[in-house]
Design a binder for this molecule. Structure first.
Ligand code: 13P
Length: 252
């Protein structure tokens, strides 16, 4: 049995005041949730110290980062290394989010290098993959996703790869209000699980594969009840405590 995992990706939202209110509401709501539901929040990097302090002593909510630089240190103005994240209680690092791929030109090679940097610091990579609407319409969904996975696996090797979380986020469903139907999402997750089983063996049964893209409290339950959907990566709805907790509840 895999635990369900719900991660909130706050993207470039939040402020010191807003974060304090949101975290307080989450801390109050989380004890009523099943202990097997794992929960994480990914604030902006500048807010990680604040969230670390707010969550000190509250082990039900883990912290994630939204990005990392692949180098260990050096002349990379504006960047943050994995070791810097590791100075705080950061458990997860999102990698390869479609916004990073499309808006900031991240390539599969960069994402693979970031994966290695994160794994070297004993944090958990959350490897995001997804197809565009055009790719889906051209029946390229499977080949796009598997090539995104392959390009990372060939660099990281099996052992490191098997410790990652995979997040399937169809680009056409992100922030659009359009969700993949539970059947569409399950069909893709099943392909991903099969690929993981072929390349990694038995451990694939323990790996968490999250779905992301317009997940809301009212569609979460049917998505999360699919065999190969182990939780969600939540954008917009993670900024509202009631909605995020509703989604966590749907995972039970
Ligand atoms: P939305 O939930 O706002 O569609 O965003 C999904 C996402 O990109 C999470 O990483």
């Amino acid at each position: 049995m895999r635990n369900k995992l719900i991660i909130g990706n706050w993207k470039m939202h939040g402020s010191v005041v807003e974060n304090a209110a949101l975290i307080e509401q989450l801390i109050q709501g989380v004890p009523s949730l099943d202990a097997n539901t794992e929960i994480g929040v990914c604030p902006c990097a500048i807010h990680i110290p604040q969230i670390s302090e707010l969550l000190a002593g509250h082990d039900r909510i883990d912290i994630g980062a939204q990005n990392v630089n692949e180098h260990t240190s050096g002349a990379f103005t504006g960047e943050i290394s994995a070791a810097m994240l590791r100075e705080f209680p950061v458990k997860y690092v999102l990698l390869g989010h479609s916004e990073r791929r499309t808006l900031f030109g991240e390539t599969d090679e960069m994402i693979a290098a970031k994966f290695v940097a994160v794994a070297n610091e004993q944090m958990t990579p959350v490897l995001c993959i997804g197809e565009s609407l055009q790719q889906r319409e051209q029946n390229k969904t499977e080949s796009v996703l598997l090539s995104q996975l392959e390009s990372v696996l060939k660099v990281t090797g099996k052992e490191s790869f098997s410790k990652a979380v995979i997040a399937y986020e169809p680009i056409w469903a992100i922030g659009t209000g359009k969700t993949a139907t539970p059947e569409q999402a399950q069909a893709v997750h099943q392909v991903l699980r099969h690929w993981l089983a072929t390349h990694l063996g038995e451990v694939s049964q323990r790996m968490q594969i999250l779905y992301g893209g317009s997940v809301k409290p009212d569609n979460a339950k049917t998505l999360f009840s699919q065999n190969d959907i182990d939780g969600g990566l939540i954008g917009g709805a993670s900024l509202n405590a009631e909605a995020f907790l509703g989604i966590c509840e749907a995972a039970q």
